[in-house]
Design a protein around this ligand. Structure first.
Ligand SMILES: Cc1cc2nc3c(=O)[nH]c(=O)nc-3n(C[C@H](O)[C@H](O)[C@H](O)COP(=O)(O)OP(=O)(O)OC[C@H]3O[C@@H](n4cnc5c(N)ncnc54)[C@H](O)[C@@H]3O)c2cc1C
Length: 404
């Protein structure tokens, strides 16, 4: 089996990357270890409208639209943001993945499901990939290898590329709630049940909602965090019924290198995930566009050495590194806040001026746009943020002293 490109991982990002390359006439194979594309779902399926536009997906995949968000602290304060436009969609994530896989097939990509890449070896032209398929082992050869195999990317390991700095442990599920406000997403803050991260409630239809929580600390069980969150918000969860659960890890923080000679990483495998929210669909799919653009140029000239593929990292960093660095920094600062700080912060933002500012400049794909506004807007918040930054910088200084 000889291909121009083998993509390891048939998730949304792998399929979209493969489509972008196959459309230029190259022979592309995508291998997906699961039997059915889009299953099992390990995602809450919240995306921005621009994500749907990016991949030209049909509106029928949208289950609900949201303009409003309610941010709640475990100490009782609330901040309701009434958006002036639609900020987010809850989508049928499994259908979204199938749509992207069908687009890939139509572009000429060969997709093998139930096929697991077990080993890659370099050869004189690129790579040979061993694939376990229905109890047999087959080998595919390619000029360019693309690792789109998610957070625990084995491709990254085989290539010896360094991992991203952070991991969020997420636990999520679908719950039947007694009372659901269908118009708003709820963001639940509390360092007790979501250390360094947050919880969320995304209403779907009737009493059904997608609920989840994240934690950036390895020593806390995600299931335990979820239970704590349910107990912390009786007004939302009292008498709720659990339908199904999922969970998983999400990487965050920039990766120093996402390419090698004849190879590139994309999506979660390249940590193309928003550090403030853990959402990886928009950024991963944008990463796929950049990756396939560079791949097409490199394949047509047969320039697949490292120094040519470095353009991918250059373009990716140019578009996202400032946004991601700001996200990581805000995330680290957020981790230093106590529940009382969060309570005070929400109360102080609960004024018409702030609510309007957040509604106007908030963007789930580019939270730094709002961060910048908030930081330059009011003396109280500046003081608050400054204190957090000082605390953070002090901690960093102490850490490097101890390490030295
Ligand atoms: C609980 C949870 C909730 C989330 N909610 C949201 C959300 O609301 N919005 C959002 O934008 N993002 C969300 N995310 C993140 C989002 O799911 C990921 O960023 C997105 O799926 C990344 O797509 P991907 O194609 O890069 O990776 P994946 O979707 O992980 O796909 C990788 C694929 O590679 C396959 N694979 C792995 N190894 C091999 C191998 N050796 N051989 C063959 N196949 C292999 C896997 O089976 C998988 O199908 C959430 C994540 C979690 C865990």
């Amino acid at each position: 089996m000889d291909f121009d490109v083998v993509v390891v991982g048939g998730g949304p990002v792998g399929c979209f990357t493969a489509t972008g390359i196959a459309k230029n006439g190259f022979k592309v194979l995508a291998v997906e270890e699961h039997k059915s594309i889009g299953e099992p779902v390990q995602c809450s399926g919240l995306i921005s409208p621009r994500t749907l536009t990016l991949v030209n997906a049909p509106g029928s995949l949208v289950l609900r639209e949201f303009s409003n968000a309610r941010i709640m602290s475990s100490m009782g304060s609330e901040l309701l943001i009434n958006g002036d436009r639609i900020h987010a969609y809850a989508i049928d994530r499994s259908g979204f993945d199938r749509y992207l896989a069908n687009q890939a097939r139509e572009a000429g990509v060969e997709i093998l499901t139930g096929a697991r890449a077990t080993l890659i070896k370099r050869n004189s032209h690129g790579f040979s990939i061993n694939i376990a398929l229905e109890g047999r082992e087959i080998t595919a050869c390619c000029r360019l290898l693309i690792g789109a195999d998610g957070v625990n990317s084995r491709t990254a390991r085989w290539l010896g590329l360094p991992r991203a700095g952070g991991r969020v442990n997420m636990y999520a599920g679908e719950l039947l709630l007694n009372r659901v406000n269908l118009d708003e997403i709820q963001v639940l803050l509390g360092q007790d049940f979501a250390p360094g991260w947050f919880g969320w409630v995304i209403p779907l239809t009737g009493r059904l909602a997608r609920v989840g929580v994240g934690s950036i600390f390895n020593n806390t069980s995600p299931r335990y965090c979820f239970k704590r969150m349910i107990d912390s918000y009786p007004s939302i969860f009292h008498g709720c019924k659990e339908i199904r659960y999922t969970g998983g890890l999400v990487p965050f923080g920039p990766m120093k290198k996402i390419y090698a000679s004849h190879a590139m990483l994309v999506g979660d495998a390249a940590s193309q995930v928003k550090p403030m929210s853990g959402g990886g669909l928009y950024t991963g799919l944008r990463g796929a566009q950049i990756c396939s653009g560079v791949a097409n140029k490199a394949l047509s000239r047969d320039f697949l050495f490292e120094k040519y593929l470095a353009e991918y990292q250059y373009l990716w960093d140019g578009e996202f590194s400032a946004e991601f660095e700001s996200g990581v920094r805000h995330r680290e600062i957020y981790s230093t806040f106590s529940d009382i700080d969060l309570h005070k912060l929400l109360r102080s933002l609960d004024r018409p001026y702030w609510r309007r500012l957040i509604a106007r400049h908030g963007d789930i794909d580019y939270p730094s746009w709002l961060g910048r506004r908030l930081f330059t807007a009011g003396p109280w918040l500046q003081k608050f943020a400054r204190a957090a930054i000082d605390l953070y910088e002090y901690g960093e200084k102490m850490k490097s002293r101890v390490e030295a």
